[in-house]
Ligand binder design. Structure first.
Ligand SMILES: [Zn+2]
Length: 87
């Protein structure tokens, strides 16, 4: 069973829709997945890690979909561990 993590989304090319769509992020076991908000196709997010950018004082979460790097703002991993808290 997957748990959609609120407050995180990214744009990616969906093979099902054949266009760029918004993807929600869900946690299933220990793996993160990007889920197309239009057709529901799931794609594994690899190499997920949180990075702090001192210049902007922002946390971002970097990951790869296929071989393409992508990024969302915020601490995705912490939010997944503490779903009740808004980080
Ligand atoms: Zn799609």
């Amino acid at each position: 069973m997957e748990n959609v993590i609120e407050g995180f989304a990214f744009s990616d090319f969906c093979l099902g829709c054949q266009k760029v769509t918004e993807h929600k992020i869900a946690l299933e076991g220990k793996e993160f997945f990007g889920i197309c908000s239009s057709c529901g196709q799931k794609r594994l997010m690899a190499d997920v890690n949180q990075v702090f950018y001192p210049k902007t004082e922002l946390w971002v979460t970097r990951f790869k979909i296929g071989n393409l790097p992508s990024v969302v703002t915020g601490k995705l991993i912490d939010s997944a561990k503490h779903p009740q808290k808004k980080l």
